[in-house]
Design a protein. Sequence first.
Lengths: 325, 255
Amino acid sequence: MEILEEGLGELIRPPDLNAFREANRAKPKAMVDKRMSEAEAVQRFIHPGDYIGTELYGTVRCPMSLVNEIVRQGIGDLRVAGQGVLELDMLLAASLVKALDITYIGLEVYGVSNCLRREVESGRVETCVEWSNAGIAWRFKAAAMGVPFIPVRSMLGTDTLKYSAAKVARDPFTGDPVCLIPALILDVGLIHVHRADKYGNAQIDGISGFSAELARASKRLIISAEEIIPNEEIRKRPQDTIIPYYLVDAVVEAPFGSHPGEMCYVYERDEEQIKEWVEASKTPEGAQAYLDKYIYGVHDHHEYLDRIGKERLERLRAMVPGRDA
Amino acid sequence: MMESPYNATELLICTAARLMEDNTTAFIGTGIPMLAASLAQKMHAPNLVTIFEFGGTGAILESLPLAVGERRTFHRAVAASGICDIIETAQRGFVEYGFLGGAQIDPYGNLNSTVIGDHSHPKVRLPGSGGGNDVGSHCWRTIAIMRHDRRRFVEKVDFITTPGYLTGPGAREAAGLPPGTGPYRVVTTLAVLGYDEDTKRMKLLATQPGVSVEEVLENTGFELLLPERIEQSQPPTEEELRILRDEVDHDRLYI
């Protein structure tokens, strides 16, 4: 295939599909109880220097209790696939990120991420490789398909491509230029779901983001769930299972696991808390104080929820309109 | 001087909303496009099919989403899927309009939302492409919504995050982007702009109420094409403002 252009960005994690197949073959297929705490899951499955990815993003169905635990344990030199809001802000605020495959890191309606600015402009994040949003999702999709790359028509002609690790090739069938997106296989994927059984069979309500792709692109997968349900319930609605158990290494029961983000049909996002972070993150001192209060200063997710307060959490739950609303 | 009955954000929202047609598909990003889509649905386009990048298709925007993945983006929607399905739908040619923003725009409609300064040593690190590049690549007609000043309207953007017409006629097709796609309008606080068919450069179509052509030119950092006839945009109507303030953004999160 004729290569017409090559992105200048580093291919932070070249996909090794054969090793991925071997790892998937070796993964236990027995249905065993994988329930554990955030602390145990993070300690066992995430190591310094790992390449990790989270889903969905910061304010929506995001595994915040797991991310907070990574910060608490101070696991650093991480490589991260970045479409993020609060979750990547926490990792950046704690200076745990060394390299980013980035598509969007910001605070949505509240503007740019000051943590991203500080970490990138100072050079503490050493590498920023650019992608479009679908570009990163399609990288997971390629890995999920078990193929080395997929051809797409995003990113062409732009600096997003120039500073990515994608390539432009001449389509051998039509002769037109096409963008080749390399598969991205993660060391660890982190996904928060509505419900899972103790083996890891997981179901999500509402939009599914890129959960199906990321789950299948991860060598190790940690699931946190609002609720642990019996296997029998999963078997009643198998069409709702987006992540089958054999992909999963750890299952963490985490009610309000997405806080301060929302969980559709369960609780609303906590605007007050999000605004507290937006304000705090404007300065390094403010960000540090926030981490001290809500992450380092609490032992685990339960203590975190105690700090937020039961009344407030119940209010977020009560704010959810019913499905008929 | 008489106080204006609306602010700059309200003007942008109302102008953008009027460009949204009933029974078309529109890719909606965070912020002003959400407000404009909600207003359009309540005014002239009740069957506007909203498309949100993380999976919502055909949501009824009764209340205002704060984020592109949150529950309101699939409230009473016809489908809730995921990002691959949505962008692949655009890649197959199903999405007519895409709404975009950025820190900088150039005469060909190329947008920058990645860095100010050099990529390896940026002066300001901005959020990055997000869905912007995908929208600008695949939607048939993209509409940029911008505040209008010389820092934003520049001869050359520091970084092309999202493709406009790139370097001019034929450049998108040569790069491999789908033929017939590209920038359509730019809605700003001072004007409504389009693109010249032959040169693909930005041209002034209409000035916003009370704004002179000179004012637009003074605030544009590149040579703007001036057709013989330049329209005057109609100000937001009382009805538009009432719906926007009372229904769309009741909590005044944006306006």
